[in-house]
Design a protein. Structure first.
Length: 322
């Protein structure tokens, strides 16, 4: 059979081009996985980031809420995307720095299956007591707790999460024997604090702010290095003599570990630009968040530091998942 030049060229034209040449990234809408339910702080951070990244990427960013296992489920979905850079996600402090020390086996390898991009936001947490407890500052609370060992209750958003480990860190640094009460989320913990069923809580600032303003909850300290803009008169744990009690919650943007480097760079650049917008800064501030930023290498160093820190807390507090 004789193959003419026209037939040969036609056959070549029919062959698919390589993906790198056939399309430029992003070639379709992107998915941003938020590892917690819709309506919460993480959802607010993710939706605002995605909305502001879209113009820089030239494609819509669709939010998917995939909650479970303290944020691990959502990050695992991103990890399983392999080389698909159109999938990205928020990684929480619990999933990124705590669960490695608590779960018998992580469903993904943090060192290989995810690619850290940029720190998105820090969420300041506060230590608060019921107005019914009758203590006015952290010093008086510590004295009261030491006088009543094992009787003062302190609620968290769940066993093994950052709010729980922050309580263990507070107990360790203050020398108090608080009775930890785990809840299935911040809302029920707050409800019991308001009712006086639990004496104290350690939670994200945004959860407690309305009740602080109404006077039904008393915030004793911010568990950060700096005071919270939403509560400028409340001292930090550092100011109160406990510098190690630092439990900022945080979220970082991650991509699948196999995502191409050039695609990851475009995502990083879009996220960096989005985080510099006034709209993101205002939305994050209203939710008790401080806008992140920085380089990927800085994020990697931060993740390592956080992992080491919380692993030590898990060890000395002998924390076990229920």
């Amino acid at each position: 059979m004789r193959i003419t030049r026209r037939v040969a060229l036609g056959g070549l034209a029919a062959l698919p081009l390589s993906p790198a040449k056939a399309e430029s990234f992003p070639a379709k809408p992107l998915t941003l996985v938020v590892p917690f339910p819709a309506g919460g702080p993480a959802d607010i951070f993710g939706r605002n980031l995605g909305e502001r990244m879209a113009p820089f990427l030239g494609q819509p960013v669709v939010i998917e809420n995939k909650s479970g296992a303290a944020g691990v489920t959502g990050v695992d979905f991103v990890a399983k995307a392999g080389s698909d850079a159109h999938v990205m996600g928020l990684m929480s402090a619990s999933a990124g720095a705590i669960m490695q020390s608590l779960m018998p086996k992580m469903p993904f390898d943090p060192a290989k299956d995810i690619a850290p991009q940029i720190l998105v936001v820090r969420v300041q947490e506060v230590f608060a007591v019921s107005a019914k407890l009758g203590v006015g500052n952290l010093k008086s609370f510590v004295a009261y707790a030491k006088a009543n060992p094992g009787k003062v209750t302190c609620g968290s958003a769940g066993t093994g999460g950052i709010t729980h480990l922050a309580i263990e860190l507070l107990k360790h640094e203050t020398g108090t024997d608080l009775l930890h009460v785990p809840y299935r989320g911040a809302a029920p913990a707050t409800n019991d604090l308001l009712a006086g069923t639990v004496d104290a809580v350690l939670l994200d600032i945004s959860i407690l702010l309305p009740h602080v303003r109404s006077g039904s909850v008393k915030v004793l300290a911010v568990t950060s290095d700096t005071r919270a803009p939403l509560l400028p008169d409340v001292p930090t744990m550092r100011e109160m003599g406990y510098p190690k009690v630092n439990s900022d919650n945080w979220y970082a943007l991650v991509s699948p570990g196999g995502a191409p480097a050039d695609a990851r760079r475009k995502i990083f650049d879009a996220a960096t630009a989005a985080l510099k917008t006034k709209e993101v800064a205002e939305a994050y501030a209203a939710a008790g968040g401080v806008v992140g930023g920085g380089t990927t290498e800085e994020l990697k160093a931060f993740l390592k530091e956080e992992g080491t820190k919380w692993a030590e807390v898990v060890k000395f507090a002998n924390v076990k998942l229920e």
